[in-house]
Design a protein. Structure first.
Length: 76
């Protein structure tokens, strides 16, 4: 199951409260303590390519955009 699948299911079951209650009883998303889904990019919200070194909390794509502003230099 991917990260966004349960959100899609919630949207479909909103009109059927009895089925939503049963779904939540057996398939409620858990609070994660480890793994990919615990870390999200602070600017765009991606889960992939996280750079958490130095407390950045950015994905690699957002890091490339913000690196010159933060003070990082490219040496090559």
């Amino acid at each position: 199951m991917t990260v966004g699948d349960w959100r899609k299911t919630f949207k479909q079951l909103k009109v059927r409260p009895a089925k939503l209650k049963k779904y939540m009883k057996h398939n409620a998303p858990k609070k994660r303590t480890c793994g990919r889904t615990t870390k999200r990019c602070e600017s765009c919200g991606r889960f992939d390519g996280m750079i958490s070194k130095y407390g950045l909390g950015l994905c690699r794509i957002c890091f490339r955009e913000m690196a010159p502003k933060i003070g990082f230099k490219k040496y090559s």
